[in-house]
Design a protein around this ligand. Structure first.
Ligand code: BEZ
Length: 217
């Protein structure tokens, strides 16, 4: 594939590129979608395929957990709106799981190209499994890319979302394998005075001046 624009991928910290799109819940403009909320936007390679069905069902079953975190789900694949509607109906009939969130029909690949979801050495026609975490200021905060043949981990997607929101709320960082309830990392000192204060702070779990944890519960 010659098209150079597919290699212009958004980066963490960028404002999410705006677009309008047709979805299973009607037309949307990203800049107007889910105002003041987080958005988890994710692509899947194709409707009516097995791994994608498990993943979309995973998002659907845990939609309430995303909503409780002030977050809206937004799916996407390079399929027609008719394929999306047929698949949603088929999965509901077969399993009782209903994909009750908008799924973009990106037939012209406009959004897939804009977000680096089309990775031609993996597939020239199907989006890879991408997840974009977009904050209420429409800034991209975390990006995941998975290949066509490996499903994502819903616990990790929710954990990452909680970690981003916790980092913002408490101005902290989150260590390896952090989960809700665990101690968080206090940002390292940047002056000698701050370092001295840190070394004498009895309220934190101090390994050394650059590594300190505290409880936020
Ligand atoms: C799947 O969802 O099972 C799938 C889709 C595209 C390529 C490979 C697997």
């Amino acid at each position: 594939m010659e098209n150079q624009e597919i290699y212009n991928m958004p980066r963490i910290g960028d404002i999410a590129p705006d677009f309008n799109a047709v979805t299973t819940k009607g037309k949307i403009q990203l800049s107007d979608f889910a105002k003041d909320k987080w958005i988890v936007m994710f692509s899947h390679p194709a409707d009516f395929t097995p791994v994608c069905t498990t993943e979309m069902s995973g998002f659907a079953k845990r939609k309430n957990e995303f909503n409780a975190l002030n977050t809206e789900l937004l799916g996407l694949s390079i399929d027609s709106i008719h394929a999306h509607l047929g698949w949603v109906d088929n999965v509901r009939k077969n399993t009782g799981v209903y994909f009750d969130f908008p799924i973009i029909a990106d037939l012209d690949m406009k959004v897939s190209k804009m977000y680096g979801m089309l990775q031609p050495n993996e597939s020239e026609t199907a989006a890879v499994r991408a997840v974009f975490f977009i904050d209420p200021n429409k800034k991209i905060r975390l990006i995941m890319y998975y290949p066509l043949n490996v499903g994502r981990n819903m616990d990790e997607i929710l954990r990452a979302l909680k970690a981003l929101q916790t980092a913002d709320k408490y101005k902290v960082a989150l260590p390896l394998d952090w989960k809700e309830g665990d101690k968080v990392i206090v940002p390292p000192p940047t002056t000698l005075d701050e370092m001295e204060a840190r070394l004498n702070d009895k309220s934190i779990e101090l390994t050394d001046f650059y590594l300190a944890k505290k409880s936020i519960n």
